[in-house]
Design a protein around this ligand. Structure first.
Ligand SMILES: [Zn+2]
Length: 148
């Protein structure tokens, strides 16, 4: 655990946190600046800054808990017509707390939240460009890293 990390401080009970679930490897607590009421963060109990630093089992538990919270949101009576999962990995992606966290965000029509696309979005790549890009990713995938 990192001493200064706000999520580690919440996990240690040194900072306030409103939990909806405490598991061995992952917990779920309320985001203090929710996009909509019911916005929950799924957080590994081990301090891991980067998404890629999660163990496979932690990643699986993170997603399992997110799925359960998404189902709970829909059954909670809170306004929830849909759910977004959002994980910001790295500063350029909008990560502000460098302890992995997956946002589970209840959504409803007209809630005002959304994604803003950059200029390249309006100019989709050719199939050849997609193949070239995919080849770079395939070459970088570690075949011994559990990629099935
Ligand atoms: Zn931490």
């Amino acid at each position: 655990m990192a001493m200064a990390c706000v999520f580690c401080r919440i996990l240690r009970g040194e900072a306030a946190g409103t939990f909806v679930h405490r598991g061995r490897s992952c917990v779920a607590f309320m985001d203090i600046q929710p996009v909509n009421a019911g916005h929950v963060l799924i957080v590994p109990t081990r301090h891991v800054a980067d998404f890629g630093g999660l163990a496979d089992a932690e990643g699986a538990e993170l997603m399992r808990l997110a799925r359960q919270v998404a189902v709970a949101l829909r059954g909670s009576g809170l306004r929830c017509e849909g759910v977004n999962l959002l994980l910001a990995d790295g500063e350029a992606a909008g990560q502000e707390v460098f302890h992995v966290h997956l946002h589970v965000i209840p959504r409803f029509a007209g809630d005002g939240f959304g994604f803003r696309f950059g200029p390249t979005y309006a100019r989709p790549p050719s199939r050849a460009e997609l193949e070239h890009t995919a080849e770079r990713i395939r070459a970088a995938l570690d075949p011994w890293d559990g990629v099935g």
